[in-house]
Design a protein around this ligand. Structure first.
Ligand code: NAP
Length: 302
């Protein structure tokens, strides 16, 4: 078992951190915490022996278990890092075993649905600080985790009105020390912002790649052969984890449908410009979108 301990005593924020789910996000968090010396002992909980073995072999966790109760016993911080549809059942299963004064956080890409599912199970004296790191890749599992994932990326915290400000400050401090920038917002606002910036683009990518896959014969072969001309970027996004994205669309349904409605209206507008040969309208639109890309580069979020 790897003996990865914190480097510096004075930066330790949590003696024992339990990760329920140790995939891309959980593993990256554990590695980023170790890099900053924020934790003494990392416990990882996952269902499959293969996942648990990888977490140990890669030095991500000191201890592994498939037992939720064992994982959270004595933990100062519990991070739920599994697909969002599992979060409610996990909260229910760990509730009776949480240490008084512990902090529970999560990393779910949707916030209101996770809060609705998790918060009712959190016992008095335990602090729930919902969170979402806006960082990721199309890869899954502990092998894909890396300590730098959150560097200079935003993490959004969506505390409930009753959440202890001290617990929120501690989680924010942890994320900053892991390299991230931190913002707080209301959960429904988070869900609307992410519907535009993440969920709609993923839906477009899944659809574009799906349309190409449905093409018959030669045309499909050529799509793959000449993919460098734009299609390739869509395939990277559309390679994202199917279970995770199924859960995101089902649990952020209202915000996604709202944004999708606006998007289809705008798409119909583009269709009209092309049909009418309105080059001026197209150019105006593309000039505006180019400026957005420049803004993202300037904000160092490219
Ligand atoms: P991932 O790489 O697929 O990892 C999921 C982990 O959870 C695995 O270790 C899996 O191992 C474990 N797991 C799944 N169901 C479980 C259960 N019922 N009980 C215990 N462990 C379970 O997924 P991820 O990308 O890290 O995503 C995790 C969360 O982060 C999701 O809620 C997602 O919305 C959020 N998020 C993802 C990204 C991204 O880009 N990927 C970005 C920000 C936030 P076993 O299969 O062995 O159990």
């Amino acid at each position: 078992m790897p003996k990865a301990k914190s480097k510096s005593k004075k930066t330790v924020l949590f003696d024992r951190v339990a990760f329920i789910g140790i995939g891309l996000i959980g593993a990256s968090m554990a590695l980023a915490m170790r890099r900053a010396g924020l934790v003494r002992t990392v416990v990882a909980c996952a269902r499959r022996p293969k996942t648990r073995k990888a977490a140990l072999d890669l030095g991500i966790a000191n201890e592994v278990t498939k037992d939720y109760a064992k994982a959270v016993a004595g933990a100062d911080l519990v991070v739920i890092a599994t697909p969002v549809s599992t979060n409610g059942a996990i909260a229910k299963a760990i509730a009776a075993h949480l240490k008084p004064g512990a902090i529970v956080t999560d990393v779910g890409s949707v916030k209101q649905a996770v809060i609705d599912a998790v918060a009712p199970h959190i016992p008095k004296g335990v602090h729930f600080v919902p969170g979402h790191p806006i960082a990721g890749t199309e890869h899954s599992g502990p092998e894909s985790g890396f300590a730098e994932l959150f560097d200079n990326r935003w993490t959004i915290l969506t505390p409930l009105p009753r959440t202890s400000p001290k617990a929120v400050a501690k989680v924010a401090d942890m994320w900053r020390k892991m390299g991230a920038k931190v913002d707080t917002m209301k959960p429904d606002h988070h869900d609307m912002v992410l519907a535009i910036t993440s969920h709609l683009p993923h839906l477009c990518a899944y659809t574009v790649v799906g349309t190409a896959t449905d093409l018959a014969g030669d045309l499909q072969q050529e799509v793959i052969k000449y993919s460098a001309s734009g299609f390739r970027d869509f395939t990277r996004v559309a390679a994202s984890d199917p279970v995770m994205w199924r859960d995101i669309f089902l649990s952020n349904r209202d915000a996604v449908l709202d944004i999708l409605q606006r998007f289809t209206e705008d798409l119909a507008g583009m269709q009209k410009h092309i049909r009418r040969g309105d080059g001026e309208a197209l150019e105006k639109m593309f000039t505006r979108t180019r400026a957005i890309r420049r803004g993202i580069i300037e904000a160092k979020q490219a």
